[in-house]
Each structure stands twice: as structure tokens, then as C-alpha cells.
Design a protein around this ligand. Structure first.
Ligand code: AMP
Length: 431
């Protein structure tokens, strides 16, 4: 019986891995410019970490966690998201200091037991950032503007934002109480999930997709109408900053997110090109989370996570994926010639920075040329007996079908000229 990959997971094959490499390199370069440092946490954690932070009644915790008992009967969970682990790590390693802001990013796999469909896998990947140590609105602006820049950098200019404020850590209990009061006469007619949400985190009622509940939600006030003065001031500062930066957004007063730890600003980035699963990224502020996990001080924090598969999907729809790089040089030779002398030259060229391929099946020269074209090598080099005798090498520009005879000593210069590189004995800079 053939063993196949697990439902909801998939392989990223060599013909697409370069897209991932490009996306990660672009991300790292952008995040460096915003002065974010990378953090890597384990892919599994104690189950309790996610239950306490994301919220026991959320879909992620109640239905979607990959939890298992290890050999010592401890309950562990494959991380469904990145923030909880980072907060745990910051507290554990005592990285929090008064008046110090830490800006970190992560890239890696996440796991949720969801029904697999387009845009939803059980193992998927996120890249995300956390700005830890500021409750100032300017940190929210920094996060959203970084997210906007990320999309621009990879060629997605028309990603849209919806944002909302859900009340601060301190004012949330009062906001929830008011909302419960408004809902009291309707809640018996709402779905079982909503009745649980009513008790545990009433704001999440806004997220219910059940038709009957939707009718009630329609009649509810927007969350903005329930906010206290300080929350309104904070949110206004955020929107003013976004306006100043020319970042377009839609305020959605009934937007809530599927994780309980969010406070104040929340946001989603979405694309019209994705259909039902249109969210490319989500994020927000989580000012109560550090205390919830035992930090000895109040820590304001804000972050976001981007779904990498969905981003690649949109780029693919737009035909905007980068092309794979192809070898610079294909070394052609007969079996005998492909032995020591050619191998030495190949090694020298690779050390200089050129990418070089050659035939590992000892095929005839015609088939080798065919292979060179197939893999889109830019130049073929032929070092036959005749050339060797005269200290020359034949160089064929495969794109232009031009052939020249070159002095062996001048080979690197000639290749640089043709390939528009600046290779020396070590390293290569493209011009
Ligand atoms: P969240 O952590 O739920 O705020 O999700 C952030 C982003 O991760 C979403 O906007 C999606 O782009 C992506 N995402 C979440 N769940 C999945 C999934 N099951 N499969 C693929 N992408 C996902």
C-alpha cells in the first residue's frame, strides 16, 4: 500500500519552493528595514498555553487543535498560531523591560484541524510580527503600515484593510456587560455557540454566521457605539496615522476576531481575488495577554500574521510569481573529458560564484546540449581535446545561439561580460 501525505497537508515541491524562498527573502529584507528581529519558538507547546490565551470557547481551541499526549502523559499541542508562544517566550526569558519596545518577526508552519478546502489547510504557514512594549497608537500604525508595505513589496498593491476597535483590557468587562444587556432578550433564540459566547466572550457573537443569529446581529449597535472615551481616542489616533500615510481602510464596526486575546485595534487584510477565504492576514492589539500569562508588568503589544499560502495563491492568480533562476553554465564534455579536467573547471567556476550544471549520466554531446537548453542554462562550455591543446575553451551563448572561442585564462571575464555579472575568484554580484 502506498503511503500518502496526511489530509490537509501538502508538499511544497522543487518547482514552487523558489517562490517561498523569494517571499521569505523579500520579507526578511523588509522587516530588517523596519528593524524587526527574528524569533523562533518550538512548533509544539503545552496545550494549556493556547487554551488560556486564544480562549477555550474559540473555534481554534474547541475544535481545531492538534493535541496529543506525549510518553509521559503530558498534553501538548502543535501551535495553531504564533503570538501565544512568543508571549510565553518573552516572559520565560525575562525579555520584558520598562520603556523598552521589542519588535520581532517569525515565519513558520501552524496547525489547525479545519475542514480542508481552497485556502484552508491543516498545516499552513504564517509570517508575522509582534511589537511588544507599547500601548501607544503609533505602534498599531507601525504594524499596519508594515503589513501594507509587505503587500506592496511583493507586488500586491490592491490589498484592502478592514479595522475596528474592541475596547481596552480594562474597559472590556463594562463593554461586555452593556452588550449582554442588549442581547439578553434575544439570546434564547440564538444558536448554541452564541449562547456559550454570551457567557464567555460576548463580543464573538458578532462573528456568528448562522442565519437566525445574523438577523439579531443586524439589530445590534456597532462596537464603536459601546466604546469608552479613551478607546475612542486611541482608535482615532490610529485612523489619523493611517490617513497620514495614505493607507486606505474600511472601518467595520462589527468586526471581531476568532481569538479572544485581542483588545482595542483589530484589523484584517483581504483580497477580492480569493473568494470565500478572502483574509490574507489578521492582527491586532493584545494588551492583556502578558498579564494573563503571568508577566509582572503591564505590557502593551500589537501584531499580525499573514497566511503565506493565500498570498502565494493570489500572486499565482495574478500571474505574478517570480521565475525560477536557471543555471548560468552547462559544462559539456565527452565521458573522458567530463572526468578530472572538467570537474576541476566546474569547481573553480562554482567557487567564483557561477551556478554550473553538467551531465551526470554520461550521455552523448547532442543529448547534453538538449539538456542544457531544457534546463534553460544561459551558457554552454565545451572543453574538448582540440581546445585543451590550445588552452582555449568554446563558449556558446544558448539564448543568442552565438559561439566563440575564448582563452582559458580569460574565461571568467568573458562569462562576466555575457552574464552581466561581476564574478571574481570568490562571490558574485549581479549588476
Ligand atoms: P489568524 O491567525 O486566524 O488571525 O489568521 C491569520 C491568517 O492566516 C489568515 O488571514 C489566513 O490568511 C491564514 N490562515 C488561517 N488559517 C488558515 C488555514 N487553515 N489555512 C491556510 N491559511 C490560514
Amino acid at each position: 500500500m502506498k503511503i500518502q501525505s496526511t489530509r490537509g497537508t501538502y508538499d511544497i515541491l522543487p518547482d514552487t519552493c523558489h517562490v517561498w524562498g523569494w517571499l521569505e527573502a523579500t520579507t526578511r529584507d523588509l522587516f530588517r528595514r523596519f528593524n524587526f528581529k527574528e524569533i523562533r519558538t518550538p512548533v509544539f507547546e503545552k496545550t494549556e498555553l493556547f487554551m488560556r490565551t486564544i480562549g477555550e470557547e474559540t473555534d481554534i481551541v474547541s475544535k481545531e487543535m492538534y493535541s496529543f499526549l506525549d510518553r509521559k502523559n503530558r498534553s501538548l499541542t502543535l501551535r495553531p498560531e504564533g503570538t501565544a508562544s512568543i508571549v510565553r517566550s518573552f516572559i520565560e526569558h525575562k525579555l520584558l523591560q520598562e520603556n523598552v519596545v521589542n519588535k520581532v518577526f517569525y515565519i513558520g508552519p501552524m496547525f489547525r484541524y479545519e475542514r480542508p478546502q481552497a485556502g484552508r489547510q491543516r498545516q499552513f504557514h504564517q509570517l508575522g510580527v509582534e511589537i511588544i512594549g507599547s500601548d501607544n497608537a503609533v505602534a498599531d500604525i507601525e504594524a499596519i503600515s508594515l503589513l501594507k508595505s509587505f503587500f506592496e513589496e511583493i507586488g500586491l498593491d490592491d490589498v484592502k484593510f478592514r479595522i475596528n476597535s474592541t475596547g481596552s483590557f480594562e474597559s472590556r468587562p463594562r463593554l461586555s456587560k452593556t452588550l449582554k444587556g442588549i442581547l439578553a432578550s434575544h439570546i434564547q433564540d440564538m444558536c448554541a455557540d452564541c449562547r456559550i459566547r454570551y457567557e464567555k466572550n460576548v463580543l464573538r457573537v458578532y462573528d456568528c454566521k448562522v442565519k437566525g443569529c445574523q438577523d439579531v446581529i443586524q439589530t445590534l449597535p456597532g462596537i464603536n457605539e459601546l466604546l469608552e472615551k479613551d478607546d475612542i481616542i486611541h482608535f482615532t489616533e490610529v485612523t489619523k496615522g493611517l490617513d497620514a500615510l495614505g493607507i486606505k481602510y474600511k472601518i467595520d464596526n462589527k468586526l471581531v476576531r476568532g481569538l479572544d486575546y485581542y483588545t482595542r485595534t483589530i484589523f484584517e487584510a483581504y483580497s477580492d481575488k480569493l473568494g470565500a477565504c478572502d483574509a490574507l492576514a489578521g492582527g491586532g492589539r493584545y494588551d492583556g495577554l502578558f498579564q494573563e500569562l503571568g508577566a509582572s508588568m503591564n505590557v502593551g503589544a500589537v501584531g499580525f500574521a499573514v497566511g503565506i499560502e493565500r498570498v502565494i495563491n493570489v500572486l499565482n492568480t495574478l500571474n505574478n510569481l517570480p521565475a525560477e533562476s536557471t543555471p548560468d553554465i552547462f559544462m559539456i564534455g565527452s565521458a573522458a573529458e567530463n572526468s578530472v579536467l572538467n570537474l576541476e573547471l566546474i569547481q573553480k567556476l562554482r567557487k567564483s560564484g557561477f551556478s554550473v550544471e553538467f551531465d551526470l549520466l554520461s550521455r552523448n554531446m547532442k543529448l547534453q546540449f538538449r539538456l542544457a537548453s531544457k534546463i534553460k542554462a544561459k551558457v554552454a562550455l565545451i572543453q574538448g581535446e582540440e581546445e585543451l591543446k590550445n588552452n582555449k575553451i568554446k563558449l556558446k551563448n544558448l539564448a543568442l545561439h552565438e559561439e566563440i572561442l575564448c582563452d582559458s585564462d580569460n574565461l571568467i571575464n568573458k562569462l562576466n561580460e555575457i552574464l552581466k555579472y561581476n564574478c571574481k575568484e570568490e562571490g558574485k554580484d549581479e549588476v
